[in-house]
Design a protein. Structure first.
Length: 299
C-alpha cells in the first residue's frame, strides 16, 4: 500500500487527528499523574534537588499518624453523599420547570446557569460576605424578620460550617446539572408522552414511565460528574473557611494541598492525592459498569 493510499484509510486519518490531542493529554495530564504516584513513595520538600525514596512510609503516616486525614476523609464522604443527592435533584426540578413553555424561559435558564461560570474563589468571597454574622445578608434578613435567635456564626460554628459551605457549592453547581438534564429532556419522545396522556396517565405517571427511563443516560453522566467534582472540592472550601474551624470543613483535596504547599511535605501530599484518585476510581468505575450492564439487560 502506498503512502497516499494509507493516508486515505479512515483509521489512519483518525489516528493522525488524535495524535495532537493524545500528546497534549500525555504531557499535561498523564505525566503529572504518574509523577504524583512516584512522588507518593518519596520524601521531598520541594526545594532539594534530590528526592529520598521512603517506600510506603508516606501512606503509613497519613493512615496511622495523621488524625486530620481521617477528619478530611469523613468530611469528603459527607460532602460527596450530599453532592449525589442535592445538585442532581435540584437540577432535575429546575430542568423540568424550565422545559415548559413559560414566559422568560431562556432568561431564567441563563440566570440559573450564571453561577457555574463564576470562579469558585469569587463565589467564596460573595458567600463569605453573606454569611457574616453581623453585617451579612442572611443576618440582616433574619433581623428584619424578627428572627434574631436564628442568627448564627455560619462559618465559625464547627457543627454547621461544612453544611454552610455546601450551600454555596450547591448554588454554584446546580446550574450545570440543570443544563445536562435540559439536554436529556430533548430526547424524550413527545409521541410517547402524548400517547400516555391519551391513555389517562397523570403527570407523575408520565414522568415515571416515560421521562425518567429516557433520562437514565443523562442521570449516569450527572452522577459521575457530581462524584468527580465533589471529591476534588477545594477552591470554595479554601476561600470560605480554609478547612476550619478546628478542621471541621477540611477535605482530602485541601489537606493534600496543605501538606504539599504549606507544610512542604510533597510526599505526603502526593500520597493523599493518590488515595483520593483511588477512591474516585473505586466509586465511578463500578457504577459505570453496573449502569452499562443494566442498560444491556434492558435492551
Amino acid at each position: 500500500m502506498s503512502l497516499r493510499q494509507s493516508t486515505h484509510d479512515p483509521r489512519v486519518q483518525a489516528l493522525i487527528l488524535l495524535v495532537p490531542a493524545l500528546a497534549i493529554y500525555a504531557v499535561f495530564a498523564l505525566y503529572p499523574m504518574v509523577n504524583v504516584v512516584i512522588l507518593s513513595f518519596q520524601k521531598w520538600n520541594g526545594l532539594d534537588p534530590q528526592r529520598q525514596f521512603v517506600g510506603l512510609a508516606n501512606y503509613s503516616a497519613i493512615f496511622t499518624k495523621d488524625p486530620v486525614f481521617w477528619v478530611a476523609f469523613r468530611n469528603t464522604v459527607i460532602w460527596t453523599s450530599m453532592s449525589l443527592i442535592f445538585p442532581p435533584m435540584v437540577g432535575l426540578l429546575l430542568a423540568l420547570s424550565l422545559n415548559q413553555k413559560i414566559f422568560g424561559r431562556n432568561g431564567l435558564r441563563a440566570i440559573f446557569y450564571l453561577p457555574v461560570i463564576i470562579a469558585p474563589i469569587a463565589v467564596a468571597t460573595m458567600w463569605k460576605w453573606m454569611y457574616d454574622p453581623f453585617f451579612g445578608l442572611f443576618s440582616q434578613l433574619l433581623t428584619s424578620w424578627g428572627m434574631q435567635g436564628w442568627i448564627n456564626d455560619w462559618l465559625g460554628n464547627r457543627d454547621i460550617a461544612l453544611y454552610s459551605v455546601f450551600v454555596a457549592y450547591l448554588w454554584q453547581t446546580v446550574g450545570f446539572s440543570m443544563v445536562l438534564f435540559l439536554a436529556g429532556l430533548q430526547n424524550v419522545s413527545q409521541t410517547l408522552v402524548e400517547a400516555a396522556r391519551i391513555d389517562g396517565a397523570g403527570r407523575w405517571a408520565v414522568f415515571k414511565h416515560v421521562t425518567l427511563p429516557a433520562l437514565r443516560p443523562t442521570i449516569t453522566i450527572v452522577l459521575v460528574l457530581s462524584v468527580i467534582s465533589s471529591l476534588k472540592a477545594f477552591d470554595i472550601v479554601y476561600g470560605l473557611t480554609g478547612g476550619g474551624p478546628a478542621q471541621s470543613t477540611q477535605m482530602l483535596a485541601l489537606w493534600a494541598f496543605t501538606q504539599a504547599m504549606q507544610i512542604f511535605d510533597f510526599g505526603r501530599g502526593a500520597a493523599i492525592s493518590v488515595v483520593l484518585l483511588l477512591i474516585t476510581m473505586a466509586v465511578v468505575i463500578p457504577y459505570l459498569k453496573w449502569t452499562q450492564k443494566h442498560e444491556e439487560v434492558e435492551s
